[in-house]
Design a protein around this ligand. Structure first.
Ligand SMILES: Cc1cc2nc3c(=O)[nH]c(=O)nc-3n(C[C@H](O)[C@H](O)[C@H](O)COP(=O)(O)O)c2cc1C
Ligand code: SF4
Ligand code: SF4
Length: 262
């Protein structure tokens, strides 16, 4: 069983590469959270694979991933792994995840960081095409190695903390979670064709499209709305107007796959 969260498809791709090799079903964390349960209980056989795959947001896991784990109860002693995807570095995102798992009675056996194309167009731009392609190519080989480790049930931690990881995760990440979650700066420009896709892909269902999208208050900053709009109409302030957009090339196919439980 592999739980995943994704905004632009990188983490879904990684979850799927592991799910296919290990014969494990993928379960979307936002779809589970839509069931509004106080507790999410799952039975696992000893040594069964239990994975958590998610993007890094400001050197931490997405808030919704931690909220879900808080409510998670797993029986048995599965082999637990995490994989976070990021543009460059994770800080101590894995450490936050591990603590959260321990709080729910689970031990993190292995953890991995996977460098993938950057989607944080609020702070930076998307990667140049050549770098994007290189990261995608290298990810294939890294995922093969990770699958070998998981198949052998080894305990391996291959993380990319980057510089000053403690400072970034302990100081900047809480500030991000507190002040960056707001939707006030989102708007759709004149290119909007009222297709409704942004409403459909938002994991917290904060967007409502009548003629143009209107944002409610809640947001996880996954940026799916910005990147998935087919006409690049969604902006966040002035900063994103001239920035590129990114979606994992396999996103559409993976979303339609029968191995993915939405
Ligand atoms: C709000 C936000 C914050 C991000 N913060 C980081 C970060 O701290 N470090 C990093 O290397 N990449 C960061 N990124 C880039 C993503 O982690 C990366 O592109 C990831 O693979 C996206 O995964 P997804 O396609 O599954 O959504 C951030 C992206 C977003 C949207
Ligand atoms: S996805 Fe883009 S075009 Fe479609 S409704 Fe939203 S803003 Fe408009
Ligand atoms: S409003 Fe956009 S950035 Fe915020 S959670 Fe929804 S899709 Fe993600």
């Amino acid at each position: 069983m592999i739980f995943y969260f994704t905004g632009t498809g990188n983490s879904l791709y990684a979850a799927s590469a592991i799910g296919d090799a290990q014969g494990e079903q993928l379960i979307s964390i936002p779809a589970e959270m839509d069931r509004k349960q106080a507790v999410y209980s799952y039975e696992q056989k000893d040594s069964a694979v239990l994975g958590f795959v998610f993007p890094v947001y400001a050197w931490g896991p997405p808030a919704m991933v931690l909220e879900f784990i808080k409510k998670l109860r797993v029986t048995g002693k599965p082999y637990v792994f995490s994989l976070c995807t990021c543009g460059d570095e994770e800080g101590q995102a894995t450490r936050l995840l591990r603590k959260s798992l321990e709080g729910s009675g689970m031990v993190l056996n292995s953890s991995f960081t996977l460098k993938m194309p950057n989607n944080y167009v609020v702070g930076f731009d998307v990667d140049p095409k050549e770098l994007e392609e290189r990261k995608l190519k290298e990810a294939e080989g890294t995922l093969r190695e990770i699958n070998g480790i998981i198949s052998r049930r080894e305990s391996v931690h291959r993380n990319i903390p980057g510089s000053f990881p403690g400072l970034k995760t302990r100081v900047v990440n809480p500030l991000f979670n507190r002040f960056a979650m707001d939707t006030k700066k989102f708007y759709a420009d004149d290119k909007c064709i009222s297709c409704g896709l942004c409403e459909k892909v938002c994991p917290v269902h904060t967007i409502k499209v009548e003629t143009k999208p209107v944002w409610g208050k809640e947001c996880t900053q996954c940026l799916a709305c910005i990147h998935r709009c087919p006409v690049n109409a969604i902006q966040m302030g002035k900063g994103t107007e001239k920035k590129g957009r990114y979606l994992h090339p396999d996103l559409q196919r993976l979303e339609n796959s029968s191995a993915v439980k939405r």
